[in-house]
Design a protein around this ligand. Structure first.
Ligand code: KG4
Ligand code: ZN
Length: 347
């Protein structure tokens, strides 16, 4: 029987709502981005994010229902992100979901944002099969997970300091390129020489699945102090070469650690999601390396790599389909948690 879930996502700077059916068909996927607001401050301002979510959430939900050609009464459940993320931002989405649940008597399912990113690969056909290794790589996270199935996810490693997206954003700020930095550096790098500058590959030589990116950002700063950027003048560094070399170091680490995690756990399917998964060099290198080693790689299209509510709705279906109604808590029992871990969901 057909069932529809309304997904709501407000963990960071995207106000998003989507309607997805139980065959993974996306009836609508509405995203209102606040990037222009935050870019003038060089990063996300949490208080501003909450205020804009508050302004946007009702029109975004209405738009998602209208685009799907349904009314709020047609939905069977609401899936909402409860963490991790900015607490004020999360509370806007959760309060909205709770209001709909309470007033219409619809079940509500709390979803971990990172589970949402893992589920985003199941929006694409053919979907991967379990077990798989998932690299979730965004502005706030760089995590490796072993996913054996729904509600069976183990953390293999994570960054000990900056997330990869944060490292791209900080590097762009150092080079005066604005926010968010990842897409700009990606674009500049396409015209540069990735082998020109030997930036360090942090933690590459050890066998852990953890990451560390703060040293890479410092080495960029140190390099630029003695080799100032100027694409025009002879003898100075080209912004294209610096971007390409910096990106290559970061991508090298992400690819190597992901393959290490897959090999260590004897897994043949690799999944990558989160905003940094939009990076063209990361996608290219992962495909190349996985082909060499006989692994299958699954990366969603860009719109589902960055924050969206379709992935949250789909994760909601995952739990409903398997009868895991433990997730369908009464609306009083659900709370937002800025530091929510995947393991917290199964406690
Ligand atoms: O998943 P996301 O939309 O939001 C978070 O949950 O953080 O990811 C945003 C991050 C930003 O740090 C941005 O610079 C990075 O993803 N990003 C990229 C690219 N597109 C977005 N990083 C590298 N290359 C890209 N093409
Ligand atoms: Zn995210």
């Amino acid at each position: 029987m057909k069932s529809l879930i309304l997904g709501i996502e407000t963990s960071c700077d995207e106000t998003a709502a989507a309607v997805v059916d139980n065959r993974s068909r996306i009836l609508s996927n509405v995203i209102s981005s606040q990037i222009e607001t935050h870019s003038q401050f060089g990063g996300i301002v949490p208080e501003l994010a909450s205020r804009y979510h508050l302004e946007n959430i009702t029109p975004v939900v209405q738009n998602a229902l209208r685009t799907a050609g349904i009314t709020i009464h047609d939905i069977d459940a609401i899936a909402v992100t409860i963490g991790p993320g900015l607490i004020g931002a999360l509370l806007v989405g959760l309060s909205t979901a709770k209001s709909i649940s309470y007033s219409l008597g619809k079940p509500i399912i709390g979803i971990n944002h990172l589970e949402g990113h893992i589920f985003s690969v199941f929006l694409k056909q053919p979907p991967p099969s379990f077990p798989l290794v998932a690299l979730i790589v965004s502005g706030g996270h760089t995590d490796l997970y072993l996913v054996r199935g729904i509600e069976d996810i183990e953390t293999l490693g994570r960054t000990r300091d900056d997330a990869a997206g944060e490292c791209f954003d900080k590097a762009a700020r150092i080079m005066g390129l604005g926010y968010p930095g990842g897409p700009v550096i990606n674009q500049l790098a396409s015209r540069g020489n990735p082998g020109k500058i030997k930036f360090p590959r942090p933690m590459l030589s050890n066998h852990s699945c953890d990451f560390s990116f703060s040293g890479l950002k410092t080495s960029l700063k140190t390099y630029l102090a003695s080799n100032p950027l100027d694409s025009e003048a002879d003898g100075n560094s080209s912004i294209h070469d610096v971007s390409a070399s910096f990106q290559e170091a970061l991508v090298d680490v992400l690819v190597s650690k992901t393959l290490l995690a897959a090999k260590k756990n004897n897994v043949k399917s690799v999944v990558v999601a989160g905003g940094v998964a939009c990076n063209t060099r990361l996608r290219e290198r992962l495909c190349e390396e996985c082909e060499k080693t006989g692994m299958d790689v699954y990366i969603p299209e860009n719109i589902f790599c960055t924050d969206n509510a379709a992935m949250i709705a789909l994760a909601g279906h995952g739990y409903r389909d398997r009868g895991l109604t433990s997730r369908e808590k009464g609306f009083f029992a659900l709370d937002a948690n800025a530091n929510l871990k995947i393991e917290d969901m199964y406690a």
